[in-house]
Design a binder for this molecule. Sequence first.
Ligand code: SF4
Length: 378
Amino acid sequence: MGEKMKEVGLYIHIPFCRSKCLYCDFNSYPCREDDAPEYTEALLRELHAYQERYNFVYKTVFIGGGTPTVINCRLIGEIMDKIAPRIKAGAEISMESNPGTVTFDTLKYYRSLGINRLSIGLQAWQAELLGELGRIHTTEDFLNAYNWARESGFDNINTDLIFAFPNQTTDMWKETLDKVVSLGVDHISCYSLILEEGTGFYELYKEGKLQLPDEELDREMYRIAVDTLGSNGYLQYEISNFARKNMECRHNLVYWRNEEYLGVGAGSHSKLEGKRFWNYKDINRYISLAAEGKLPVEGQEELSADEDMWETIFLALRLNEGLDMAGFNSKYGVDFRTRYGSQLKKLAAQGLVFIESDRLKLTKKGIDLSNSVFVEFA
Ligand code: SF4
């Protein structure tokens, strides 16, 4: 066993999906579920290697993908068995799911493993839009998954939504938000479509077959989300994330607070002891390295103090709680107000940031122009 106990967030990547959604650039492979047992074996080896090397305690766990629910649920059971002794009491243990790949029994099983937060990908309420996004499920599948999850004892459920994609009107977006709010979902993530190279949408776009909404519509839809969710009791605790009281995603807060995390599985990223490192994305390579008893790490970089400070700043500014300037000073041994004095003055004069109780925060305008705020601190 390694040295002193270290509390980290743990991310576990399951890179399988039934088919590829048209907007998706995650590290996920369609129709490769047959490789899941071998992949899980590799994952267990990787976890074992880290657990031998470090005395980790997992303060949060997130099983993501891909689609963790597309593989045999017993494989998730094996993973949970491996990490269970290292999970901190009361930790949030999340798993992503696709509504087309769960049953009441599998959800009950996941819950019995100790998984206590379920994220259900919905994206849009309207059947025609689900088809256009390349989703494999219907609205009814989502409703079944949601009801079964509640009946199985999940009292912390997230749903992911997308806005500002082709053919989605503001009325459709409002309807999607109203429906999930009326169900009483605990946490809602809303991201606008980003056209990524290598996706099905990107190909259509290049062929001139995809009409993208303009920036103005994108912002209007964002404001609809902020207003609708805000007026229904959801706290916007991060630029794109909304939660009922005390239902913030603790695992994502590990990232946004720039704390340490271990990522295992193909393509996962980790941040530990001032270093960032990442695994090979390719499943075959990942499996064969694990079989040879090697860590599947493709690359790593040491973060300079400046880079780390910048990350801490821009991640914290994404949060409603903002940047704790006193905490920053003691972490880095600098005086934030002195070091970034000119940026603070300029951004405050432009109405993009403000200080409240020694915390630096974005204004509403700052949220709209967040990227231009972040670069000021780079
Ligand atoms: S289900 Fe999720 S990970 Fe899989 S292709 Fe669709 S968006 Fe990507």
